[in-house]
Design a binder for this molecule. Structure first.
Ligand SMILES: C[S@@+](CC[C@H](N)C(=O)[O-])C[C@H]1O[C@@H](n2cnc3c(N)ncnc32)[C@H](O)[C@@H]1O
Length: 264
């Protein structure tokens, strides 16, 4: 019997293999360092640590869009932002985040990631940080970034900081929709507030182990211009360009950017 080719679909609000996605992507090596192709996870977590270091970003309220089933991107943020909202399209992912917040037995074990980020920050009491992160996540809500008002009836905005990590290229079917999505998400940032955006470069799909989800392949210059066109200034970025096997599979790297929403 021939091998069946996996169908590539768009994200679905009812179906995502949250546990499969976490197991596939978020492992730590025996030395405690996150295990990822081309070390993209240590690169990302260091960028997040640097962005939030010393309380550089002002405000109290942060929205993370497309959180997925994962909370590791919020560890550094929670040190300074006591009011965090996680917004996510897929119900299974929202439930997975809730399981971790409530310390349920079958929740994913993020302890290695919390210890790793605390190590980067020179913080010893990682258990206190874990509890602080649990307390800081005050809402886990539905969102669809393709809507002009992504949070729908949940009227929480605008926010001091809005972050979105590896979510927007997957939500967009083409460049025009990516532009609209950045504008929709950008509208949730307060004038003068900060957008943190991380996108994969060149990726055509992402897998949760069961299914593959279509991503719009974009380059760094296009993403930076889209953010500027959406009313943001002071755009700063760091790109990680892959050299090894991931590049051969079409995943060229990642861009991490921060930008300030123009005052109206
Ligand atoms: C590759 S995962 C990234 C998850 C997480 N931020 C991380 O760093 O692992 C992409 C996420 O985008 C979410 N997503 C897809 N379409 C979306 C949409 N239209 N609105 C909001 N989120 C969406 C998916 O459900 C999924 O959780």
């Amino acid at each position: 019997m021939g091998l069946k080719r996996k169908k590539i679909s768009s994200y679905d609000r009812d179906t995502f293999n949250a546990k499969g996605y976490l197991k596939r992507n978020y492992r730590a090596r025996p030395d405690g360092i996150p295990d990822s192709p081309e070390d993209w996870l240590p690169w990302l977590l260091k960028n997040l640590k640097d962005t939030f270091a010393g309380g550089k970003l002002s405000g109290e309220r942060l929205l993370d869009v497309g959180t997925g089933p994962a909370i590791h991107n919020l560890i550094s943020a929670a040190r300074h932002f006591p009011d965090i909202t996680c917004a996510e399209f897929c119900q299974e992912n929202r439930e997975e985040v809730e399981r971790w917040i409530h310390g349920e037995e079958d929740a994913f074990d993020w302890d290695p990631f919390i210890k790793y980020v605390c190590g980067l920050e020179g913080e010893e009491d990682w258990e206190a940080r874990k509890e602080a992160l649990r307390d800081a996540i005050q809402h886990v809500v539905f969102c669809d970034v393709r809507d002009k008002n992504p949070l729908g009836a949940f009227n929480g905005g605008p926010y001091d900081v809005v972050s979105s990590i590896l979510a927007l290229c997957g939500a967009a079917k083409d460049k025009a929709e990516f532009d609209a999505i950045v504008s929709n998400v950008g509208s949730l940032v307060k004038p003068g507030g900060t957008l943190i955006l991380v996108c994969d470069l060149g990726t055509t799909h992402c897998s949760d182990g069961d299914r593959s989800y279509r991503h719009t392949p974009l380059d760094a210059a296009y993403i930076l211009q889209t953010v500027r066109n959406s009313g943001f200034t002071d755009v700063q970025n760091d790109t990680l360009l892959f050299r090894g096997t991931e590049r051969l599979k079409g995943w060229k790297g990642l861009i991490y950017l921060t930008a300030r929403r123009c005052l109206e």
